[in-house]
Design a protein around this ligand. Structure first.
Ligand code: XIL
Length: 349
């Protein structure tokens, strides 16, 4: 069960910060799960319910059922909602990949039709969307995926193949045309660590953001997924320098999907494991908040409900469960919870 006392969302809000988490509509019937959300989060993001395959499973046929379950829960409990994600190479229904392969004109009309179907229907509940997710290619040596095919800095996706590198800008413009007051976010992962490939990914990201801002593309924010890896070193300086450059472009910075994958070689006992995770979170989130980030979301609240416990690509291979979220499998608050509470409560200039 969630523990009593003031939750992370309340602590954050008292300090001008918004704290939230990913939510899965299928679990909202679980009383303990729902209670944790009510107690801890101020902002919710659907884990899959606003991805393309969920919203438009068949051409022209929209399904807002699962997203509606989350929207009703958010409304009933006074939580904000953000949207994730309009353009992504994953969670695409098969018909979409086929449509994109038919060429640029068809791709453009599919993208416009998706936005026409989704943005008016989710307004006014959702005021902030991940418009494009994970468009940057992973550099050689990245521990996340062996290697993503690429064209220059960009990941080789059906969108890139259909529309060329301009697809990102087109997506942002289409979103802005449909809703002038929506906050439009570019979201990606692997930008936090202190490694040559993370530095390369940061440079690629900066090149993209500079190109977009230079072209007066309607882009408001960078979302850092922050799926952290204990096996990758962290130092505040390179991350802080990157965030400064992003902020200098006039963009806001959000942490959108925080969680931690523990080291392959685990520390000897649970207290040391939890202490290591908490210390990493303290450093990364402290650096982000120091750089002006005012929104932090975790990708779930408890280790039990995390994709890190269930998804084959990211779960542990040794039978252990990653302890990478603020609450343990029983819903108890861990040192990571405390690290977030402390980071949110620290005064910043
Ligand atoms: C993940 C979900 O958590 C999983 O349940 C699903 O199987 C795959 O997608 N980056 C993102 C999220 O932007 O949408 C992903 O969510 C995690 C990585």
């Amino acid at each position: 069960m969630a523990q009593g006392g003031v939750g992370l969302g309340t602590i954050a809000r008292a300090n001008g910060i918004t704290f939230g988490t990913a939510v899965n509509s299928g679990k909202l019937g679980d009383a303990a799960y729902a209670a944790q959300l009510v107690a801890e989060a101020q902002l919710l993001v659907p884990e899959w319910e606003a991805k393309w395959a969920a919203l438009q499973p068949r051409p022209g046929s929209f399904d807002f059922g699962p997203l509606g379950i989350i929207a009703s829960f958010a409304q009933a409990h006074g939580k904000q909602l953000r949207g994730h994600a309009l353009v992504w190479h994953a969670a695409m229904p098969p018909w979409l990949a086929e449509g994109l392969a038919e060429g640029a004109a068809r791709a453009r009309s599919l993208l416009a039709a998706h936005m026409d179907g989704v943005l008016p229907a989710t307004r006014p509940a959702i005021r902030d969307w991940d418009v494009v997710n994970e468009a940057i290619a992973n550099p050689e040596g990245s521990p996340f995926t062996a290697r993503t095919p690429s064209q220059g800095d960009l990941r080789d996706t059906p969108w890139l193949r259909a529309l060329g590198p301009g697809y990102i800008e087109e997506a942002f413009r289409l979103a802005r045309e449909r809703d002038r007051t929506l906050r439009l976010t570019y979201n990606d992962y692997g930008l936090e660590g202190d490694s040559p490939w993370a530095e390369e990914k940061r440079q690629r990201t900066l090149r993209l953001l500079r190109r977009l801002v230079g072209a007066q593309c309607p882009l408001d924010a960078l979302g850092l997924q922050a799926h952290l890896l204990m096996d990758e070193p962290f130092r505040p300086e390179p991350f802080a320098a990157f965030l400064r450059s992003v902020r200098e472009l006039g963009l806001a910075v959000l942490v959108t999907e925080l969680d931690v994958r523990e080291a392959q070689q685990l520390p000897p006992d649970l207290p040391s494991r939890d202490a290591a995770v908490a210390e990493r979170v303290r450093q990364v989130i402290g650096t982000a908040l120091d750089a002006g980030c005012r929104t932090v979301l975790t990708w779930g609240l408890s280790d039990k409900d995390s994709w890190l416990a269930q998804d084959r690509d990211v779960m542990r291979k040794d039978g252990q469960v990653h302890r990478g979220l603020p609450l343990d499998e029983a819903g108890g608050r861990k040192p990571m919870w405390q690290a977030l509470a402390t980071a949110f409560g620290t005064r910043r200039g």
